[in-house]
Design a protein around this ligand. Structure first.
Ligand code: ATP
Ligand code: MG
Length: 443
């Protein structure tokens, strides 16, 4: 029996998920038209007729819960990678013993937290968007599982985790300038693809934690749970409930609920600012006027003297001044309060393209301090040094500045001491402060 998108997703949508039969793949795609979540929202309407379209062209695999338990060693703490609003993420390994023809590879398995705030709809949105969109700068969805109330997603494994972890983990080697620009460029290309695909998509949740990094720092966008189809015909915007993340969402979207591609451009500007300054988009531990990064930093972006003061101290002056000025000017435009003054992602990509080739140029003192205690050394060991960076610079870079804030403490949750060492208590606190927003302004 063929498994069609209609049979699987519709039955899942109605909450009548059949146990997916192992060793079967979704049937062949018979139409090029990309289907939308709205096509599934009213299963009784005629729109559902279109659902004979399947996702098989994208080679999505349907896994059983039992299979995913095996490949993640029962979601063991040693395989834990991190946790967001959807639920925990564990590393696993798949090969052709699981499905004939399946490439042997590590994967990341995301499990819906049944007590959490997200649910079937976010899962379905992710499957529908990522199942049909393929691009070098979007994370690859390999398959999913939908069994009774359980919802899981299986992605390609991204060895360097999220940009959030790479940029803000205190004891990690600071990302060098050219790597930061490479990440900005890659993420911009992912967003450009979404904005310019046949049926444009607004991503709506562009932020550092949703940018995943391959071993060579190729950036890929993940998490399509909030993605929306762009406006159609003569419509200028999509009206939605306000959802996103504090510190990243565009001001006019928060005020009106009017969503456009320019809302994504604003969020891109915030991430670019995070890359320049090494500060989080929202940081409650800072003085009040500095807590919202975009509001605080924007006036300084067009002034090269003041720009020098807000550049990430962890860069230790090792950046191209010209490159920084150009990136700052771009961030300034992206963060404009008038959406139509923001550049398109196409302009953003063109502007960033040359910047990734600007080498680090020492323009300040090269300051470093050595960690003073054992725990710092442990955290250091958990971080993977970006090896190619040393070659690129041609000189050795010391890794740390002395920490000014308390170090990681809790050992109560074994998952905090996982394979990749992610999700320290401090990072969890930041996540709590930067939670998704919706109309009720969940904070
Ligand atoms: N494909 C992947 N490969 C490697 N690690 C991943 C992958 N997907 C997610 N992770 C890790 O799992 C963690 C949780 O990711 P997830 O996308 O669920 O939440 P988040 O982005 O941190 O938060 P939010 O719910 O706000 O999006 C991330 O920190 C990331 O490092
Ligand atoms: Mg995420």
């Amino acid at each position: 029996m063929k498994i069609t998108l209609k049979s699987i997703l519709l039955s899942c949508y109605k909450g009548e998920c059949p146990s997916p039969k192992p060793k079967k793949k979704v049937a062949k795609q018979i139409s090029l038209k990309r289907i939308s979540i709205s096509d599934l929202s009213h299963p009784s309407s005629t729109l559902t007729e279109d659902l004979s379209i399947s996702l098989a062209g994208s080679n999505l695999h349907v896994f059983t819960l039992a299979e995913l338990k095996v490949i993640t060693q029962s979601f063991s703490s040693t395989n834990f990678l991190g946790e967001g609003g959807f639920g925990p993420v564990h590393k696993g390994f798949i090969d052709d013993k699981l499905r004939p023809g399946l490439k042997a590879q590590p994967v990341a398995v995301k499990l819906l937290d049944l007590d959490g705030t997200q649910g079937h709809r976010e899962w379905l949105t992710e499957v529908i968007f990522l199942g049909q969109l393929r691009h070098a700068h979007l994370v690859k969805l390999i398959g999913y599982c939908c069994e009774e109330e359980h919802r899981l997603l299986v992605y390609e494994y991204m060895p360097r985790g999220s940009l959030e972890n790479q940029l803000f983990r205190r004891y990690c080697v600071s990302l060098p300038w050219s790597t930061r620009m490479k990440i900005a460029f890659g993420a911009a290309k992912g967003l450009l693809f979404l904005h310019e695909t046949d049926k444009p998509v607004i991503y709506r949740d562009f932020k550092a934690s949703n940018i995943l990094l391959d071993s060579d720092y190729t950036a890929k966008l993940s998490d399509f749970g909030l993605a929306k189809d762009g406006p159609e015909g003569s419509d200028t915007h999509v009206s939605t409930r306000v959802m996103g993340t504090h510190g990243y969402a565009a001001p006019e979207y928060i005020m009106t609920g009017h969503l456009t591609a320019k809302s994504d451009v604003y969020s891109f500007g915030v991430v670019l600012l995070e890359l320049l300054t090494g500060r989080r988009s929202m940081d409650k531990s800072r003085p009040k006027r500095e807590q919202n990064l975009a509001e605080w930093a924007r006036p300084m972006l067009n002034d090269s003297r003041r720009l020098g003061r807000i550049m990430d101290p962890r860069l230790e002056g090792q950046y191209s001044e010209m490159g920084a000025r150009k990136a700052a000017a771009l961030a300034y435009l992206c963060l404009s309060h008038r959406p139509n003054q923001r550049p398109t992602m196409s302009t953003v990509v063109k502007t960033l393209e040359p910047l990734k080739d600007f080498k680090e140029i020492p323009i300040g003192a090269f300051v470093y301090t050595v960690p003073s205690d054992d725990s710092s050394m442990k955290e250091l060991k958990d971080c993977e040094a970006p090896k190619e960076v040393k070659k690129e610079n041609g000189h050795h870079r010391h890794q740390l500045r002395s920490p000014k804030t308390p170090r990681f403490q809790s050992k109560t949750d074994p998952r905090q001491h996982s394979a990749s060492g992610l999700n320290s208590p401090e990072e969890r606190e930041h996540r709590m402060n930067a939670k998704h927003i919706n109309h009720n302004l969940r904070t």
